[in-house]
Design a protein around this ligand. Structure first.
Ligand code: UDP
Ligand code: MG
Length: 318
């Protein structure tokens, strides 16, 4: 029987002043009831990570911390994006906690699923993935793009859990191992399955954002998907080779065809054919070089080994 675990809930926040009051209210209810029922230790906390917000997010976090020891926070020296903010939170929280749950600030993830996650943890799981039941509340566009993304990832051979975002429970043991993953191109949801240990899944309903706007506009979403693919699969490189090979075959056929035409004396007015093929091959080569460049760019970033985040203040240490 494990002792009553200390739970830290890590919540990255970027310009979330509109949702924070409701978030803290609901988190307080949840945490108080879990503590009262002796499911988690009274030393459990909610750790907000301020990801270089431009609004009052950090001052709200600090005020909450002063009023309630349940709330704590860290702030990054500048905006580093969701994945880095989350990593900073996880790596800080693991120093104080036995088990950590990561969650978005906007209350899209159903906080009642925490109970189920903890139950799985107490039954021995070291990682519990929150998977959304349906995407009815998402726009058609978001649903379509997100689901295609998971399918492409799977096709490319990356072990991602379908419809799992970053609502996840991880034990301290897993996070300690995770700290050895030094990569700069972060795609956390794809990295945890690499660690192993016993894992489990829970299903939850995903709600609409409580307030404010999505901090993931289309451009960030596409960037994130592209990072996910190129950080987890080298298959695009293989596709280049296969395409090159196919084109070689086609060009042999075309060569034979043109030689036969020449022997038969049909002098072809080949302008259309030539210009089309020049453009086509040119484009293909550009794409191929571009994809290779992507990976080289990634290697460039990884070899620099820059810190992935800088924490400028940790309320736990005050
Ligand atoms: N977020 C962050 N840094 C950023 C962008 C977003 O910490 O640069 C946080 C944001 O505050 C939220 C979570 O990441 O808690 C998910 O963002 P959002 O809800 O806007 O994304 P969506 O649900 O629309 O995909
Ligand atoms: Mg959201």
């Amino acid at each position: 029987m494990k002792r009553v675990p200390i739970l830290y809930v890590v919540i990255p926040c970027y310009n979330e002043e509109e949702v924070l009051p409701e978030n803290t209210k609901r988190m307080k209810e949840k945490m108080t009831s879990l503590i009262k029922n002796k499911i988690i230790s009274p030393n459990s906390k909610v750790m907000y990570v301020n990801d270089g917000s431009k609004d009052n997010t950090w001052s709200i976090i600090k005020q909450n911390h002063e009023k309630e020891p349940l709330f704590t926070g860290i702030t990054l020296s500048r905006n580093r994006g969701h994945q880095n903010a989350l990593l900073a939170g996880l790596m800080t929280a693991k120093e104080y906690a036995d088990v950590v749950i990561s969650m978005d600030a906007d209350l899209q993830d159903d906080i009642n699923a925490i109970d189920q996650m903890l139950k799985k943890y107490l039954n021995g799981a070291d990682v519990v993935y929150g998977v959304r039941k349906s995407r009815e509340k998402d726009t058609f566009f978001k649903r379509f793009t997100a689901e295609s993304f998971y399918k492409i990832m799977k096709f490319l051979g990356a072990d991602v859990i379908y419809n799992h975002a970053d609502y996840r429970l991880t034990s301290k043991k897993v996070l300690d191992e995770f700290s050895n993953f030094k990569e700069v191109n972060l795609f956390l949801r794809g990295m945890f399955p690499l660690i192993g240990y016993q894992s489990d899944i829970i299903y939850y309903d995903r709600n609409e954002r409580f307030a404010g706007e999505s901090k993931y506009p289309l451009k960030k979403m596409l960037n994130f998907a592209w990072d996910g693919i190129t950080s987890f699969s080298v298959k695009p490189l293989r596709f280049i080779c296969i395409t090159g090979f196919l084109i070689l075959l086609i060009s042999i056929i075309i060569m034979i065809y043109s030689l036969v035409q020449k022997v038969l004396g049909n002098t072809v007015d080949g302008w259309t054919f030539l210009s089309i093929s020049i453009w086509f091959i040119g484009g293909l080569q550009m794409i191929s070089i571009g994809i290779i460049g992507e990976y080289i760019g990634k290697m460039y970033n990884e070899t620099k080994q820059r810190p992935r985040y800088i924490i400028s203040e940790n309320l736990e240490e005050n």
